[in-house]
Every structure is written in C-alpha cells, then in structure tokens.
Design a protein around this ligand. Sequence first.
Ligand code: AQP
Length: 332
Amino acid sequence: MESKKRIFSGIQPSGDITIGNYIGALRNWIELQDGYDCIYCVVDMHAITVKQDASVLRKRSLDTLALLLACGVDPDRSILYIQSHVPEHAMLNWVLCCKTYIGELQRMTQFKDKSARHEDNINAGLLTYPVLMAADILLYRADLVPVGIDQKQHLELARDLCVRFNNAYGDTFVLPEPYIPKTGARIRSLQEPEKKMSKSDSNPNAYINILDEPDAIMRKIKRAVTDCESVIAYEPETRAGVANLLEIYSVMKNLPMEACVKRFENLGYGELKQAVAEAVIEVLSPIRQRYNELVADRKALLRIAEDGAEKARAIARKTMGKVYHKVGFDSK
Ligand code: AQP
C-alpha cells in the first residue's frame, strides 16, 4: 500500500491568531488532514525571536493549541504538539546553521522587516529564524508545507538546505514543496492594505482575531480602509483594500472571485463591508464557541500536547540519529 504524503506546518504563539493566519494557513491544515499524514506544531521557539513574557508565552502556547483544535485539527488523525517539547528541533537547527551562509539569511524580507520593527533587539535568533524553520520541516521529512505567501522565501531556504545536505552526505531529507492557497495567500492589514495582516500589529483595528466577538468584527471591517472609487472590482495591484475584502469574502463563502465580484455589482462599499463582516462572523462564531469549551480544561490540553510530542519525537529521533551519524558525531 502506498503511504500517504506528509505535511508539516507551524504557527507562532506570538499573539492573537488572525484571520490572515486562518485564511493563509490554518483552513488548509484542516482540509489536508483528509488526504495526508499531517504534523502541526505551535512554534514557541520561533516566538522568542522577539521579546516575550514567559508566563504569557506559556499560556499562549496552550491557548494556541486549543485554537487549532477548535479550528478542526483532529489529534486522532494528525500529530499536534508544542515545538519546545521536542528537543530535536534545536539539535537539527544547530547542524543546519553550520550549513547556512550569513548572506542567505541577511537577504530575508522577514528579517529586514522585524529588525526594523524591533530595533532594540536585533538578536541572532531573528536572523537564524529560517534555519530553525528548515529544521522543523526537514526533521519530519515533510513533502508539503501549507503556508501563506510571506513564508515562501523561508521555504526556499529549507529546500536549498535540503539539497545542500543531501549532496554532501547522501540522501537524508525529503525536498519539501510549498502549498500556498490561490486566494488568501496574503491577507492585508485592514488599516494599511499595502502591508500584510499581522498578529503583532500594534493597531488592533488592523487585524481580526479569530476570537473577536461579532460586534468587534463588524466594527473593524466597517472601518477598513478602501479607496475613493465607486465601483467594486478585484484589482489587487491598484485597489488593495477592496481586493482584500473581496478575498476574505471569497474564502469565507467558498465562492470563486468572479462570483463574488458579480454579487457586489452595482452595490456600494457599505453593502460590501456588511456582507464581508457577516461572512466572517458566520465562520468564526462556532470556532470561538468550541475554543471557549476547550480552553477551560487545561489538563486535557496538556495531555493532547504531551501525546503529540511523544508521537513527533518518535519520528524526529530517527532523522536526528541519521543526521548526527552523517555529520560525524559519535552516535551510540
Ligand atoms: N496576512 C497573512 N495572510 C495569509 N497568511 C498569513 N500567515 C501569516 N500572516 C498571513 C500565515 O500564517 C501562518 C502562521 O504564521 P506565523 O505564526 O508563523 O507567523 P507570521 O507568518 O510571522 O505571521 P504573523 O501573523 O505576521 O505573526 P507575527 O506578527 O508574530 O510575525 C504562516 O503559514 C503564515 O504564512
């Protein structure tokens, strides 16, 4: 029997998870569970590349796990765990760091953006973030990585490192492919549509948190920046604000873009915003309800995290054994 292809993806517990994260990545995580062997991870080690309060991070990691469950990650079908519970991530990170050139990392858009945003804390982890991400993926020999477009550059580095290592030491890692959705790969900020929607944005009106209450969703979408045109059209290059609302609508309603544009023919921005907000509320309300139930039982969440880490470690340990042997460490 042919074995299923493997998926790996992660999310940082660095803030409230937004509909950008949901549309760009999480909803695909859920769908892909049907046909793939899926491994999903709360990447708390990535989160400390920017300053975090320890107790807040600890709580957020488990809350994020609960949110993934609420969105539909099924721990009976997929492996779900917290990155720091599996030490092999850090072990492979170090080996791969020694195979990565500084110039490759300095070119990364996210490093440039985050260095500008965190001028007082341009630490080495911010620079080597993509190497840890490569380690996450290669450790599990993942075939496919569902991510938003912002992670494409990092995934290319993971592919380069895979080829570099395999060429030097023989076949060890599997070459991962990105899985980027056609619609919603880059959901934009509601306030500055030229930027991506980001959970660490200092302006909460710029993003919709998956757990936002309906009135907050309605308010934020009604305030979303659009333009002075009068016709609703999908022109992402020149009319990013309106295109963003149409993309959110298209994904939430599961309707092709042409049908969405037709739906709003001869209507105004007020009607568009009302319909987008209602569509978002309809999808997010059941997730919020499930999350509130799940998050109340910390013991059950910890059990799921421990169980997931054990399953993940069984795979990671095997890869790491091979890697240590190949690079010349004395593996017992
Ligand atoms: N705006 C977005 N549109 C589509 N996809 C997005 N993703 C993030 N923002 C958007 C995708 O969500 C997944 C998890 O992201 P992450 O937690 O690894 O961090 P990130 O990419 O750095 O996202 P944020 O929200 O901007 O976090 P902060 O503010 O902490 O840096 C990834 O697959 C990502 O592509």
